[in-house]
Design a binder for this molecule. Structure first.
Ligand SMILES: Cc1cc2nc3c(=O)[nH]c(=O)nc-3n(C[C@H](O)[C@H](O)[C@H](O)COP(=O)(O)O)c2cc1C
Length: 187
């Protein structure tokens, strides 16, 4: 390039570069929140893997009345609750939900669907206009009918690809979780 041409073009190039930089700086980043319930820890571990990969905020649902520590007692209480679509009381809901664009919704599979405390939470909040990303831990039923149930509880949200992971396999699933987040273009 001749010296004169280069000097003439320099201001235009600098202007274009500055405009591009401003656009990149102003690009609104998606604000993300992970909401989860976990009875025995598997879903909590999956939620934390997602948190470490995304830096999303995180909120754990705590039932007002704890479920028994005994597995078969909890299984039989949960059966009645799932059949009745019961909504147990929970200790609080996330604040400032309007500031979030993407909400991860994580639950153990309870009798083929989301756990009762998650049903309470989704019924108590208006997630209209949000993108919901379901995740679940299970022992064979994968997502079951939980995606349909989430869509029913949040009819005005966009429900994106869900990820089920077997409870006992959560700790070796970091790659699978990251691949899913890449497919969703979240990381
Ligand atoms: C009340 C209850 C009901 C369950 N129902 C199912 C089920 O229908 N299908 C399934 O694959 N796993 C079922 N499981 C297994 C859990 O989904 C699985 O162990 C999960 O990873 C537990 O997550 P958590 O440790 O976060 O509570 C059930 C477990 C409990 C306690």
């Amino acid at each position: 390039m001749r010296r004169k041409t280069f000097i003439t073009m320099l201001p235009a190039s600098l202007f274009a570069l500055k405009a591009w930089a401003a656009k990149t700086e102003n690009k609104p980043s998606m604000k993300m929140l992970i909401i989860y319930y976990s009875w025995s820890g598997n879903t909590r571990r999956m939620a934390n893997i997602i948190k470490n990969a995304t830096s999303a905020d995180i909120f754990e649902i705590i039932p007002q009345k704890p479920y028994p520590e005994n597995y078969s007692q909890t299984v039989s209480i949960a059966k009645k609750e799932v059949d009745a679509k019961y909504k147990p009381q929970i200790k609080g809901i996330p604040e400032n939900i309007s500031t979030y664009d993407i909400i991860f919704v994580g639950s153990p599979n309870w009798w083929g669907t989301i756990s009762s405390p998650m049903r309470t939470l989704l019924s108590s909040m208006d997630l209209s206009g949000k993108k919901i990303v379901p995740f679940m831990t299970h022992e064979g039923s994968r997502m079951g009918r939980s995606v349909e149930d989430i869509k029913q509880l949040c009819p005005n949200s966009e429900v994106l690809e869900a990820l089920p992971i077997r409870g006992g396999a959560v700790d070796k699933s970091e790659q699978e979780i990251k691949n899913w987040l890449r497919r969703l273009k979240i990381i």
